[in-house]
Design a binder for this molecule. Sequence first.
Ligand SMILES: [Mg+2]
Length: 416
Amino acid sequence: MRITAADVLVASPGRNFVTLRITTEDGVTGLGDATLNGRELAVAAYLSEHVVPLLIGRDAHRIEDTWQYLYRGAYWRRGPVTMASIAAVDTALWDIKAKVAGLPLYQLLGGRSRDGLLVYGHASGAELPELFDSINEHLEEGYRAVRVQTGIPGLPSVYGVASSKNAAAGAGSGSDARYDYEPARRSAVPVEESWDTRAYLRHAPTVFEAVRNEFGPELPLLHDAHHRLTPIQAAKLGKSLEPYDLFWLEDVTPAENQAVLRRVREHTTTPLAIGEVFNTIWDYRELFEEQLIDYVRSPVTHAGGITGLRRIFDYAAVYQIKSGVHGPTDVSPVGLAAAIHLGIAIPNFGIQEYMKHSPATHEVFRTTYTFEQGMLKPGEQPGLGVDYDDLVAQSFPYEAAYLPVNRLLDGSMHDW
Ligand SMILES: [Mg+2]
């Protein structure tokens, strides 16, 4: 079953997405997500200039061999651009294989291990009353777990906090306007935010104390520190949040230096999640073998596809570490569908991040997965169960957008 075409599709229905569509000689098509938020066109060029020409004529059934061919063949291995490209090819080939088999993709990955994927949504508010409203809205929508992010006194804007409902309605475009956190802004240069670690460390425990007092002990609560802390600051935060029984504390340190997580672990029993910016199994070796984390954050899109991520999860299972797949809206519906098929099959599923995509996004990506009672479930049609509408996509051309950058109060660059 030879590959006869591979199209790199760039569109911006609500936000930018890069999608790869592979077509076989029999006319079977498969989709893969290659979206790298803020650096989209680098992956599009990598695919169209260096990968697509190598795919034409290859056997679409040889998924593992194609993965190894692109990974080893690049020589300059790893990195987000290469691994997002490999992920897109790999996911599209799994989509094709499942369509040819006449089965939903999860059946090829071992079949169902559970009824659905428990997800968490993003509750946020600049102040507590707004945060409580946001948590209540999530509970009304059926969410059974929420990530909690709030403003910090003295800082004008902070990662993870949605603009107010009215501001979102005014700033959005038509029916796309939503009360949601979207850090990437459409502009020629990134927005600059400011940061004060001491103010954050003082404020965070007071927020979780208030949330527990309001919502009780059962609701699973998550929090993202977004790579901003030193090891000892991270340890202090984990320790100060212990009374509020977090489901996880995410990305406490930059973690390029994996050994720093040892210091955090020595001081706190708050569960740790990390890895949304990691690309390969090698990025996790020390973290797994020393059991320094509890949840793996890599998405299908940035970790070499279903083939790459399944290998990471199997390795994690040896150490009782579970999945916690990254799922903001810059993971396209194709990337999310792939995560749902993988998550329903693996033995060590933990939780799935889920921010709903905008109506405009769903006009281009026609999906069949469902969200009910706090759980995502895959559709039952063959393959991933996602179709891409080229005609609609043409009305949403690419627009430059960047994630913000971050400065300390004295003007120094800091991790965003
Ligand atoms: Mg995160």
